[in-house]
Design a protein around this ligand. Structure first.
Ligand SMILES: C[S@@+](CC[C@H](N)C(=O)[O-])C[C@H]1O[C@@H](n2cnc3c(N)ncnc32)[C@H](O)[C@@H]1O
Length: 191
């Protein structure tokens, strides 16, 4: 999907879809394709610049004969800038690049401006799910996201962030267990 110069008209993309979800950095696309198969009435947008990941996602989409997916081959921020306010009911960011070295941490995706744009895109009661297996990135996400107006963390007890949510589909990166802690799942709601 090429991002047009003006705003993306989601109704034109999938007139029959009841809602639209976005997965940012879908990697090999296992989660994106799995969610699309389980939720045929939802339009699922994905953004990923890594060309091998795009190839893998296209294979999953073709194998499952999915028609409710549109992919942006590039930086999610380009696609996000073209989406209307309150147009998404779910956003997934699963195991974003951790950039664990202190001098590289400014490259992390989850920065205040980026999260403010997600808040702009989420509809009321829409949700953002972030997962990471790097403890200090989880801390950074919590700090940045809870400081963003309109977003609130839904966890009520430790099991809410320690256990995968019931509808989670494991990703390739998650299964590699490269981080310094067990996977942490953070879910936020748009007020
Ligand atoms: C550590 S991998 C995880 C991939 C996948 N979510 C998984 O869990 O297997 C992070 C992914 O985010 C993608 N990524 C990094 N910056 C991005 C951006 N600005 N927009 C979209 N994707 C991005 C990378 O190309 C990479 O595939």
């Amino acid at each position: 999907m090429a991002v047009p110069p003006g705003p993306v008209n989601l109704h034109d993309l999938a007139p029959e879809a009841r809602e639209t979800w976005l997965e940012i950095g879908f990697g090999g696309g296992e989660h994106l394709a799995g969610q699309a198969a389980r939720n045929p009435g939802v339009l699922i947008l994905g953004a990923e610049p890594f060309v091998n990941g795009l190839g893998s996602a296209l294979r999953h989409i073709a194998e499952a004969d999915l028609t409710n997916v549109r992919l942006h081959a590039g930086d999610a921020r380009e696609l996000m800038a073209a989406l209307p306010n309150a147009s998404l009911s779910r956003v997934f960011i699963l195991f974003p690049d951790p950039w664990p070295k202190t001098r590289h941490q400014k490259r992390r995706l989850l920065q205040p401006d980026f999260v403010r744009d997600i808040a702009r895109l989420l509809s009321p009661r829409g949700t953002l799910r972030v997962a990471t297996d790097w403890a200090d990135y989880a801390d950074q996400c919590l700090r940045v996201i809870t400081a963003t107006p309109g977003l609130t963390w839904t966890a009520e007890c430790a099991n809410d962030w320690r256990n995968p949510p019931p509808d989670h589909i494991s990703t390739r990166y998650e299964l590699k267990r490269l981080g310094d802690c067990a996977p942490i799942f953070l879910e936020f709601t748009r007020l």
